[in-house]
Ligand binder design. Sequence first.
Ligand SMILES: Cc1cc2nc3c(=O)[nH]c(=O)nc-3n(C[C@H](O)[C@H](O)[C@H](O)COP(=O)(O)OP(=O)(O)OC[C@H]3O[C@@H](n4cnc5c(N)ncnc54)[C@H](O)[C@@H]3O)c2cc1C
Length: 83
Amino acid sequence: MEREVMEYDVVIVGGGPSGLSAAIKLAQLSKENNKPLEICLLEKGSEIGAHILSGNVFQPTALNELIPDWREKLSVKCTRKKR
Ligand SMILES: Cc1cc2nc3c(=O)[nH]c(=O)nc-3n(C[C@H](O)[C@H](O)[C@H](O)COP(=O)(O)OP(=O)(O)OC[C@H]3O[C@@H](n4cnc5c(N)ncnc54)[C@H](O)[C@@H]3O)c2cc1C
């Protein structure tokens, strides 16, 4: 039996916040250093993020570090909790 083979430099299992941020960081480093990387992100759900359960409350510290201009890139608006 002949099986299809696809080669990658990195395979990340799980498209939750951890796997997705690992893939984004690697892609950023690959671009910054001009070293192309084939990255594969495997998710068993129907789509990336399909198993994120809530998202009602969100601490953005890590996302701010990973994608500083994420707020501008969003098509929906976020509101900050007033203290
Ligand atoms: C009820 C509930 C409510 C929550 N509410 C919030 C909230 O409001 N705000 C907040 O910030 N956090 C919330 N959390 C926490 C948040 O969901 C987790 O901290 C976060 O999802 C962890 O991310 P992760 O990438 O480590 O894991 P996960 O999000 O669990 O991602 C792992 C991914 O790997 C996939 N996977 C597993 N095995 C395989 C496999 N063999 N092959 C392919 N894919 C696989 C899964 O489908 C999943 O998508 C909540 C958690 C729960 C349980």
